[in-house]
Structures are given as structure tokens and as C-alpha cells.
Design a protein around this ligand. Structure first.
Ligand code: GLY
Length: 354
């Protein structure tokens, strides 16, 4: 078992989740609510139950899977169900799922009766290495990602790589994009190791190492006043593409697939604006385009994407703020970029994927 101390709570890495049952018994919560989606209800809840055989008294709240459901309507459904179950302020919400469940469950718990405790048991690679750590909770508003939310820390995060066995390759690849990002922004050795990985087989220690990178950043800047903005590398363009895809594609891009596109565009901007060398740009772009599907972005939608970027939380006044690489393993924040260069980066993406 390994653990990482985060902002007042532990992230516990243990495939059998040995500490979970005693955590639940010792804390003497009035009630246990388990938030799942249809997939985690079917595939992950039985695994969870096998980890906590003595805990038999709980209520299940189920939401529909998918980013398109991470919205206020589903959140109202969660709050109403909590009320129907008679949850009081001493209840605990256990969020069992990917980023949609941990983000929305954290948000629902942090606002219900002015806040009840919650823990995360992330079941996707994406939520294990990113969403479940650092205290961001939230929902989307139309196609603007995570625009409503709070910074509220969980009581604990329990990570078992056993849940990853329930995922398909596409989901693993999607989560892997955040590990690559952690390497690119802070840890060149981690990025080099990423390039050796034969997908979808992710070495277990990479999950831990990736959380270490994220945790170091959030400990220094819990509420994203400065350094934490580097975690948004790839996300200014990536969130816009993801939001657009969510509303226009029959089979929308997964988060990590959109972030891979965003990382290509933002590496290009880093090269043009922040002295990222051409060879580093080539290394990043060749690697990413080798493992993520090409997604042609029609030039007619560039203005829509820029508009989506304007709604991003990372902006101040009317300027579009980016986290840009200086080198592999070194990222800077509060870099304000002209629209023309963002448009050029989208055109560059279309060219390199040909
Ligand atoms: N996913 C970026 C952050 O937690 O700050």
C-alpha cells in the first residue's frame, strides 16, 4: 500500500482497498450514499462490495454515464434522491466512478445542506490520475465545461487499479493523456516513460507517479491562483473541442482524446510564443498523433471554438490565457495569446494529422 498526503486527506493506493472498510466503520457516518453511473453500478459496485463485506447498509444513487449528463438537471436528480433518502449533514457520499461521477458527486455533496463529507473511489484511469485529486468539483453548463463548481476536498481518495480492468482500450487511452500531460508540464522522465508504454498496458506505478506530479502542484496552489494553472496545459483548446464535439458528434470525443488535440495545438503555440524548440514540438506531436485518432476540425468552426475558449475559467478580462511549455517538463502559466495564433494552431493540427 502507498499513500500520498494531499490537502488534508490521503490518497490511498491499494488494489484491495484494505483501509476502506475501517475508514467507514471508524467515522461513524449517519448514512452511506454511493453514487454510481450505470456502468460502475454493473461493473465496479460488485468489486467495491467485495472490498467492504461488513458494510451492508447503504443507499445507491445512479446517474446516466457520459459527460453530456454532467449537468444541473442530473445534479438536481442527485440532490432530490439524497433528500428522499433522508440524508442529513452527517451522511457520507461515496463517489464510485469516473470524472463525471467524482466531479458531479463532489459538487452535489459539497452543496447539499451546505456540504456533507464525500470520498472518491475513481474507477477510470482519467479520474485516478486527475479528476479525483485536488478538490475540484463541478458540472458543465451547456457545452462550457466545469463552469459551475467548488473547490472542496474529499475526506479520502482510494485508488485500486483493479477497476481499470473494467475499461476498454479507448478509456485507458483517454486517461493516459493526463499522464502524458503531467510528464510534459513537470516531469520529463515521466514523459520519456510514457513513450515506452505499450498501450493499453499502463504500469501501475505510473498512476502513482502521475498523482505525485499533480499533488505537488495542488499542494503549492490549492485554488489555482497561479502554479495550478499549468495543469490546464492542453485544456484551453482541448475543452473547447471537447465541448463542441459533445454537442455535434454522434460519438463524441472522450476527454483525453480532446486534450491530446489541445496539447498538439498548445505545443505549437508554445513553439511560436514561448520558445519551445522545434525538436521538442516534433517529439510531442509525433508521439500524440501516433496514439490518438485524427479528428479533422473544419475551419468554419474555428470561430465557435474561440468563442468557447472565451468562456473558459482561465481567462481574465477579455484575454485568452494559456499554460505554455518552455521545454518538455517545464511549463509556464498566464501566457496571453492572440486569436490569430490560436486559429493558426488549429490549422496546424489539421495539417499534422494528414
Ligand atoms: N484538472 C486540473 C486541475 O485539477 O487543476
Amino acid at each position: 500500500m502507498k499513500r500520498i498526503k494531499s490537502l488534508g486527506y490521503d490518497v490511498v493506493f491499494d488494489n484491495e482497498l484494505d483501509e476502506l472498510q475501517s475508514f467507514l466503520i471508524d467515522h461513524d457516518y449517519s448514512q452511506l450514499l454511493i453514487l454510481v453511473d450505470r456502468n460502475t453500478n454493473d461493473h465496479c459496485l460488485p468489486i467495491l462490495q467485495s472490498f467492504i463485506p461488513d458494510i451492508v447498509d447503504y443507499d445507491i444513487i445512479e446517474v446516466d454515464p457520459g459527460e453530456e449528463n454532467k449537468n444541473i438537471d442530473f445534479c438536481i436528480g442527485v440532490w432530490k434522491t439524497m433528500l428522499d433518502f433522508g440524508a442529513d449533514r452527517k451522511a457520507l457520499m461515496l463517489n464510485l466512478g469516473g470524472g463525471v461521477v467524482t466531479d458531479m458527486g463532489g459538487f452535489a455533496a459539497s452543496t447539499y445542506k451546505r456540504g456533507i463529507d464525500f470520498i472518491h473511489i475513481p474507477t477510470t484511469l482519467l479520474s485516478q490520475v486527475d479528476a479525483s485529486v485536488g478538490g475540484k468539483t463541478g458540472i458543465d453548463l451547456d457545452n462550457v465545461k466545469n463552469i459551475i463548481g467548488t473547490f472542496t476536498q474529499p475526506q479520502a481518495v482510494f485508488i485500486s487499479t483493479k477497476f481499470l480492468e473494467t475499461l476498454d482500450d479507448r478509456q485507458i487511452r483517454s486517461g493516459f493523456a493526463e499522464i502524458i500531460k503531467h510528464g510534459l508540464i513537470q516531469d520529463k522522465a515521466l514523459f520519456d516513460r510514457c513513450m515506452q508504454v505499450s498501450l493499453p498496458n499502463i504500469p501501475e506505478e505510473m498512476v502513482y507517479d502521475s498523482v505525485q506530479v499533480k499533488n505537488k502542484v495542488v499542494l503549492e496552489d490549492p485554488t489555482e491562483k497561479g502554479l495550478r494553472k499549468i495543469l490546464n496545459f492542453g485544456h484551453t483548446v482541448g475543452h473547447a473541442v471537447e465541448g463542441y464535439s459533445l454537442y455535434h458528434d454522434q460519438n463524441p470525443l472522450l476527454h483525453g482524446e480532446a486534450i491530446a488535440i489541445g496539447m498538439i495545438c498548445e505545443a505549437y503555440i508554445s513553439h511560436k510564443e514561448n520558445n519551445l524548440s522545434e525538436s521538442a514540438l516534433d517529439t510531442i506531436v509525433n508521439y500524440l498523433k501516433g496514439i490518438y485518432p485524427a479528428y479533422a476540425i473544419h475551419s468554419e468552426i474555428f470561430p465557435d471554438l474561440i468563442e468557447l475558449m472565451r468562456n473558459d475559467k482561465k481567462n481574465e478580462s477579455n484575454k485568452l490565457g494559456f499554460a505554455l511549455l518552455k521545454d518538455i517538463g517545464n511549463c509556464e502559466y498566464n501566457k496571453y495569446v492572440e486569436e490569430d495564433l490560436i486559429t493558426a494552431s488549429l490549422a496546424y493540427y489539421n495539417e499534422v494529422i494528414k
